[in-house]
Design a protein around this ligand. Structure first.
Ligand SMILES: [Zn+2]
Length: 411
């Protein structure tokens, strides 16, 4: 499962900038028209692949009666007339599960679930309850008629929407929130959400929201904009075989960023192709779930993350619960305990790149003012910040959760 974080891309792009600006070697960048600025080679475009539909809004997918499940069949007799279902509050049940009295009705229901249900309700983050199936008897929904009719490419009128796939991604404060009614009326669509299954140390937005933001701000982040004439936009997003809806993807990724007013020069909302592959990624949740269909017990993701960037030095970054593999408890807090794609390490690479460029070849944005901290460098990327302000003026992005400034006050 690819997590849509931009850190691997940033690492790659920083290396490409180093090739172009310092080593004068072949790179994806060519000189721009202004001093110290670069632009993407015109014959190149970036395609984003994810083995699973992004968490958050894109995962709220209409479920149709008689529809063949895209994969991972779920058994529908679970929890019928149970107290859990009456409360219509599966998410809360799941999240409270760990602190529940193990003998409580909620805990019992979770364990008594059929293997398929138990699995799909036990997986954190991306791999959350998207495939949870609830008693299919409700057809009301706040999805539009078109969304319902065109979901999964099925001809209008031939199927009844009985439910929606759910996302464990909760709405951010300030959004109206989910209705949590049974069946298809459980979720509200088009809302900002935070990543499911995370502690509240940092509030990370859901992948659907981050990807929607890329459509306007680019996927390079604020720092790299110091070197770029225009942001780097994805030209296509491809999702592997899994529960998927073209309509939900469009609504979540592009529908929310139309008509952003007063974007600075170079920024825009270019067309994004959204496609689904018929190939099942063999390590995807669906595939693992199918292999384990007869094995009872919870399927939980491990805390390990492998990221790979096309860079010559240490292309692989393997972390367990956020720390590089092999780190001892004593070393936590030391530089060795930092992932190569952490903000601090990326900032180091950025500073290294900047210091390798002679001052007369540096971009104006970093020459005209004295910048020190990560936060200062980010804020000084003025076109990027202007575009971000313009986007936040739209009601659909107004409640975006931002990390507190002190989180970025490192040098
Ligand atoms: Zn996610």
């Amino acid at each position: 499962m690819y997590r849509p974080v931009q850190d691997e891309e940033e690492r790659y792009l920083l290396h490409q900038l180093h090739l172009a600006a310092v080593l004068k070697e072949d790179s994806v960048f060519v000189p721009g028209t202004q001093r110290g600025l670069w632009k993407l080679r015109p014959d190149l475009s970036f395609v984003f692949f994810s083995s699973h539909t992004p968490c958050g809004d894109a995962s709220i997918i209409p479920m149709l009666e008689f529809e063949e499940q895209p994969c991972c069949p779920v058994i529908r007799n679970w929890a019928i007339n149970s107290p859990v279902e009456k409360s219509n509050n599966l998410e809360d049940s799941k999240n409270k599960r760990d602190c529940e009295d193990p003998g409580s009705s909620v805990a019992k229901k979770m364990r008594l679930g059929t293997p398929a249900m138990t699995l799909s309700n036990s997986i954190a983050h991306h791999e959350t309850q998207e495939s949870g199936s609830i008693k299919p008897d409700v057809s009301s929904s706040n999805l539009t008629k078109e969304e319902l009719d065109t979901a999964n490419g099925i001809a209008p009128g031939s199927f009844k929407v009985v439910d929606v796939y759910r996302t464990g991604a909760k709405c951010v404060p300030g959004e109206t929130g989910d209705l949590r009614k049974p069946g298809a009326a459980y979720h509200q669509v088009g809302l900002l959400r935070v990543k499911p299954g995370r502690g509240d140390r940092t509030c990370s937005m859901s992948c659907s929201d981050k990807m929607a933001r890329w459509n306007v701000l680019g996927c390079q982040g604020a720092l790299l904009m110091h070197f770029l004439e225009e942001p780097i936009y994805l030209s296509a997003v491809v999702i592997g075989k899994c529960p998927y809806s073209q309509e939900a993807m469009r609504r979540a990724l592009t529908g929310r960023c139309q008509e952003v007013l007063a974007l600075p020069r170079g920024f825009g909302v270019p067309e994004l192709k959204i496609e689904q592959s018929s190939l099942l990624f063999e390590q995807s949740r669906c595939a693992v779930q199918m292999q384990r269909a007869d094995i009872p017990g919870r399927l939980v993701p491990c805390g390990a993350a492998i990221s790979w960037s096309a860079v010559p030095e240490h292309p692989l970054d393997v972390t367990a619960n956020g720390f590089p593999q092999g780190i001892t408890k004593k070393e936590i807090g030391s530089p060795r305990a930092r992932s190569r794609i952490s903000k601090v390490e990326l900032f180091r690479s950025f500073q290294k790149l900047l210091s390798s460029i002679t001052e007369d070849k540096q971009p104006d944005s970093v020459r005209v003012q004295k910048l020190d901290t990560y936060q200062e460098y980010k804020e000084a990327a003025s076109a990027y910040q202007e575009a971000w302000s313009a986007l936040r003026k739209k009601p659909s992005f107004a409640s975006w959760i931002r990390n507190p400034p002190d989180y970025h006050q490192f040098k």
